[in-house]
Design a protein around this ligand. Sequence first.
Ligand code: ATP
Ligand code: SKM
Length: 303
Amino acid sequence: MKGVASAPGAGTVLNALATHTGSAFAIDVDTTATVDLDSGDTVTGEIDGEPDGDTRLIERCVDLVTERFGDGEGGTVRTESEVPMAAGLKSSSAAANASILATLDALGVDVVDPTGESELDGDGGVDPAADEITSLDACRLGVEAARDVGVTITGAFDDAAASMVGGVVVTDNDTDELLARETRDWEVLVWTPPERAYSADADVDRCGKITEMADLVEELALDGRYGKAMTVNGLAYSAALGFSTDPAIEAMDHAEGVSLSGTGPSVVAVGTGESLAAVREQWAARDGSLLETSTQTTGARIQ
Ligand SMILES: Nc1ncnc2c1ncn2[C@@H]1O[C@H](COP(=O)(O)OP(=O)(O)OP(=O)(O)O)[C@@H](O)[C@H]1O
Ligand SMILES: O=C(O)C1=C[C@@H](O)[C@@H](O)[C@H](O)C1
């Protein structure tokens, strides 16, 4: 029983570490997961190009789906990714969504109603007797797996939902509810410096000091002013997490919005192709790499 699925990475509008409300948008770089199920009871993961990579997240994703929709099958799960790890581009959300969908595909479970809610059981969980699931509930399984293996602080439902349904989302990461979803047609430029930063290692106490700024960013985002929201988010979180605001200042008079993405270190700018060409000129002198992409509005999909 084989399943294959892909899910995009994402950039940040509002980091959820301060208030647990977050906002993120899908970008057009993918992680693909291939799942092969068998009658064993062990799941073995592999990350292409990362022989020593931590495979617990993707293995837990397969386990959660086979426990709820299958007979606890074992097998293999392998990811191939265009989304760099620990760069702020939500690689864990993309890997989890792709692994969950690929396992559902292998078991022949239908994924329905992209942004709707499926029928929940009495505990608010997924109905184990169901033979279908909504995208958002599939996404919640990935968030559960991320919490189980400790690669997230709030659960990162914001990042996971953006990756699963595409477009820009605002979410409550305590209740794993979608507060808003819209689409924006932006070009996206990402600068990723050579260093890496794992979300689980972020200084949450310092983020607690910028809750008023996070509330302001949330208001802007819920008002549909995503570009302004992300710029304010970037200034506040760069200061709180100890990243330079120089790349944002260089981009600010060109881009529609620019922010530290997630817990960094990448900085993401959005706007038109012309405006981002000006940002690119500024950022080209920096160490690290530049990625040109665009917003992705269709989200994750079974192949
Ligand atoms: N492509 C992948 N395949 C399998 N597992 C992955 C992949 N990307 C991330 N993970 C898992 O998620 C963990 C956390 O990774 P990472 O810090 O990149 O995720 P993140 O929280 O999404 O952060 P960022 O937003 O910085 O990408 C990794 O240690 C690994 O266990
Ligand atoms: O681990 C987490 O809870 C998070 C990590 C970052 O990606 C943030 O951008 C996100 O809002 C929450």
